[in-house]
Each structure stands twice: as structure tokens, then as C-alpha cells.
Write a protein that binds this ligand. Structure first.
Ligand code: HEM
Length: 218
């Protein structure tokens, strides 16, 4: 009798998350706001509004990164080259002008998302879920978004710094290293389950932001 393969070699966390969120990813991808933004049906304002929402989410996420950077297990998942807040601030200054802080509007779903990240981001499984959902997404679909924003809304590099990782010369190599870091977190079974559940929640929180953006822009 042969053992199921997972009893011989446990499925790595990166594979659990990738396989476990395939449907959630397809759902996020086909949100009306995303589809219309990527097809060029919206305006530069929609891109600016999305960027403003990202600021608040990344402020919360990167506060958690700073705290986990000194955690024994968590430190391996914190990469300085992923830091996005300064790039988002530059984009907002370009998109809204120097008074951008007074001009941006943060949506209720965005506040809820950021509040949640602040609440749970100090725990490694939850942090890993939010870090994975955003950063691997930015390094993957984010690169497609960048191309489409240039093509449809006449943007150059300015206004798209969020999607540019100057300290990551080879995205694929970095993504593999990030997945390895996930796999080396040494989470127990309950923590792996908690990470997967939280990743689903992270996709849901992102979709809620897209729904509110669609109400305004679509
Ligand atoms: C804007 C439309 C989107 C497109 C076109 C897109 C496209 C892609 C593509 C092509 C990959 C595969 C990359 C690879 O195999 O290396 C990917 C991966 C990923 N995307 Fe998206 N995506 C989009 C939206 C999103 C959203 C909204 C999220 C979550 C907020 C997200 C999260 C992820 C994650 C976490 C991965 C990594 C999967 C893994 O390898 O484990 N994506 N995306």
C-alpha cells in the first residue's frame, strides 16, 4: 500500500496558497472595475483612485512588515525591496499634484481592509497571507496592469512607480525566492490552514475595494 504523497512530502505553503486561491484569483481578476480599467474603458482618474486606496492598504501592511522584521520566524518573509509606500506617495503626487493628501478619498472598504491588516498583521500566518496576496500579485498581474495603464491612459513611468520594483531586477527569480521564503516559514498544520483562510479573506477584502471603485467609476 502506498502512502498519499502529502504524507511523504508535505505540500509546500507556496503551493497550498497558489492552488487554494485559484478560484479566488479568477474572481478578483474578473471584477468589473478591473476588467474595465484594463480594457481602457475608464479614465486616468480611476487609476488615481485605485492608487489612493493602495496607499492606505500598504501603510498598514508595511507597518506589520516593520514589526515582523524582528520576529524570529517572520523576518525571512520581510524584503526591503518590496516596500511600496514611498513609490505610491510619488505616484499620488504626480496624479493629484502637491496637495494630494487633501485630495485623495479613501473608501469604506479600503479602511476596513487596512484596519483588518493592522488588527491581525502581527501574527505570522495572517501577515504571510496579506503579504503573499499583495506582493506576489503586484509582481505578477501588477506588471500587466502597468502595461495596460501605459497603453490606455497615456501614462509613462510617472504615476506607475507602484508597479515598478527597481531593486528587483529579475522578477521571476525574486518570486521564486519569495515562494521559498514562504516554504521555509516552518508553520504547523493549523498555521498553514490559518494562512490559507486568511489569504481567502485577503482576496475578499480586495474585491470589496474593487466593488466600491466600480460604483464610482464604472
Ligand atoms: C488585475 C488583474 C490581474 C491579472 C491580469 C493577474 C494576473 C496574474 C498572473 C498572470 C499571475 C501568474 C504569475 C506567475 O505564474 O508567476 C498572477 C499571480 C498572482 N496574482 Fe494576479 N492578476 C490580477 C489580479 C490580481 C489580484 C486583484 C490579486 C489579489 C489582490 C492577485 C493576486 C495574485 C497572486 C497572489 C499571485 C501569485 C500566485 C502564485 O504564484 O502563488 N492578482 N496574477
Amino acid at each position: 500500500m502506498s502512502l498519499p504523497v502529502e504524507e511523504i512530502a508535505p505540500v509546500p505553503l507556496s503551493a497550498v496558497l497558489r492552488q487554494g486561491t485559484r478560484d479566488a484569483h479568477a474572481g478578483a481578476n474578473s471584477e468589473q472595475f478591473i476588467e474595465e480599467l484594463l480594457s481602457g474603458a475608464l479614465t486616468r482618474d480611476a487609476h488615481a483612485d485605485l492608487t489612493a486606496q493602495l496607499l492606505v492598504v500598504y501603510e498598514a501592511l508595511e507597518e506589520a512588515s516593520a514589526a515582523l522584521g524582528s520576529d524570529d520566524r517572520g523576518a525571512g518573509l520581510v524584503f526591503a525591496e518590496l516596500t511600496r509606500v514611498p513609490a505610491i506617495e510619488r505616484d499620488l503626487a504626480f496624479l493629484y499634484g502637491p496637495e494630494w493628501r487633501d485630495k485623495i478619498r479613501i473608501l469604506p472598504a479600503t479602511r476596513a481592509y487596512a484596519d483588518h491588516v493592522r488588527e491581525v498583521g502581527g501574527s505570522l500566518p495572517q501577515y504571510a497571507a496579506h503579504s503573499y496576496t499583495r506582493y506576489l500579485g503586484d509582481l505578477s498581474g501588477g506588471q500587466i496592469v502597468k502595461r495596460m495603464m501605459k497603453e490606455h491612459y497615456g501614462l509613462g513611468e510617472e504615476g506607475l512607480a507602484f508597479y515598478t520594483f527597481p531593486d528587483i531586477p529579475k522578477v521571476k527569480v525574486f518570486k521564486d525566492a519569495y515562494r521559498e521564503a514562504l516554504d521555509e516559514l516552518d508553520l504547523d498544520d493549523d498555521e498553514v490552514a490559518a494562512t490559507l483562510a486568511e489569504t481567502h479573506l485577503a482576496f475578499t477584502l480586495n474585491r470589496a475595494v474593487f466593488t466600491e471603485l466600480a460604483e464610482i467609476h464604472c
